[in-house]
Design a protein around this ligand. Structure first.
Ligand SMILES: Cc1cc2nc3c(=O)[nH]c(=O)nc-3n(C[C@H](O)[C@H](O)[C@H](O)COP(=O)(O)O)c2cc1C
Length: 329
């Protein structure tokens, strides 16, 4: 039987399936069920930077006035403190109920005082921390360079506070994506997750209003992660995990072939329940058996850009050839 184990961020995973941050991982009993269903690791639901900063602000008010002298501040402090305590408890209880790696997660847009809180996440027992960076480059006052600097400042800041491995979950809005990601990978982070899935707007034509686009990914959405992991896996100094559009074991195999160490999955678990994990593992194992592979390192990265004869396959962005030959395909 094939060995599906993989190392990711210095953690030993029994297989490359990581259940990504979402409401699937917001309770320790759900984490336990995911582990029993076969997940290699979980990323807990994200705590928001704003949630942490509200506590920092409330403490500042408290220090200034000696006590909470209005109900509003007290309520704000209590609510936030409650959120943070609850999150630390989620980490502790998830660790107690499973033996798979538990990765905490913070949604952040800046490098500021919230970083102090990461130390408590470490103390609560998280095996690693994933930072979901969602900086939307929509402010015309900020250049690409200024926005990218926030990532480097944050990495520098967080590494002064904690020793557990840190992963950056990245978006795609970078003009010099390859250079930025390669430089970030040299900063002592342990991994990058490609890519984050942003809320996307859509239009309700009937009501002539804005609505949210699909929450879940589609199985065809995997190729952007595949392209960039294929291009970067031989050039970065950290691990890469794919995220977005992995709905079956075959896509996880494709991600491994281009150099990923693991794959985050969320939508397919929502759609098909935890039993999907076992199905994906069986697909991976069956393919490995058919191909005669006993372990993942035997084929991981075999089809990365550096390892194929036609590296242009990763760079081709135009469809010209496909349009002219479309009928023949
Ligand atoms: C309902 C839902 C909630 C999510 N919540 C978070 C979150 O709190 N933090 C985060 O980093 N990603 C969050 N994500 C993104 C997922 O972790 C994952 O990166 C994304 O859905 C792509 O994977 P998929 O194609 O397997 O769904 C969420 C996704 C969904 C569908």
């Amino acid at each position: 039987m094939a060995d599906l184990s993989t190392q990711y961020m210095g953690l030993e995973l029994k297989n490359p399936i990581i259940v990504g941050s979402s409401e699937l991982t917001n309770k320790s009993d759900k984490v336990k069920e995911l582990a029993e269903a076969g997940a290699g690791a979980v990323v807990l639901k994200s705590l928001f930077e704003e949630q942490i900063m509200m506590e920092v602000d409330a403490q500042r008010v408290n220090n200034m006035y000696g006590s909470f002298n209005d109900v509003e501040n007290y309520v704000s402090f209590y609510t936030r403190k409650h959120d943070l305590d609850e999150y630390l408890e989620l980490i502790r209880s998830s660790k107690e109920s499973t033996d798979i790696p538990v990765i905490a997660s913070i949604n952040c847009i800046s490098s500021s005082e919230w970083v102090d809180f990461a130390r408590q996440i470490e103390k609560a027992g998280a095996d690693a921390l994933e930072l979901n960076m969602f900086i939307m480059p929509n402010d015309p006052n900020f250049s690409g360079f200024e926005l990218e600097k926030i990532y480097f400042d944050l990495v520098d800041n967080i590494q002064q506070h904690i020793k557990i491995p840190v992963a950056l979950k990245m978006g795609t809005y970078f003009s010099g994506l390859a250079k930025t990601f390669i430089e970030l990978s040299k900063t002592n982070i342990s991994a990058m997750v490609l890519f984050n899935r942003f809320y996307s707007p859509d239009i309700n034509l009937e009501k002539e209003s804005i609505k949210a686009s699909h929450v879940f990914s589609h199985p065809d959405d995997f190729s952007n992660s595949l392209r960039w992991i294929g291009i970067l896996s031989d050039q970065v100094d950290c691990d890469l995990s794919a995220s977005t559009g992995a709905h079956d074991g075959y896509t996880i195999l494709k991600n491994l072939l281009v150099g990923a160490k693991a794959t985050h999955v969320v939508s397919t678990i929502y759609k098909n329940s935890n039993t999907q994990i076992q199905k994906m593992l069986e697909q991976i194992e069956k393919w490995m058996d058919q191909k005669g592979y006993q372990s993942i390192p035997e084929f991981r990265g075999k089809l990365s850009q550096a390892n194929i004869k036609q590296p242009m396959m990763y760079e081709r962005a135009q469809f010209m050839k496909y349009y002219s030959n479309y009928r023949d395909v």
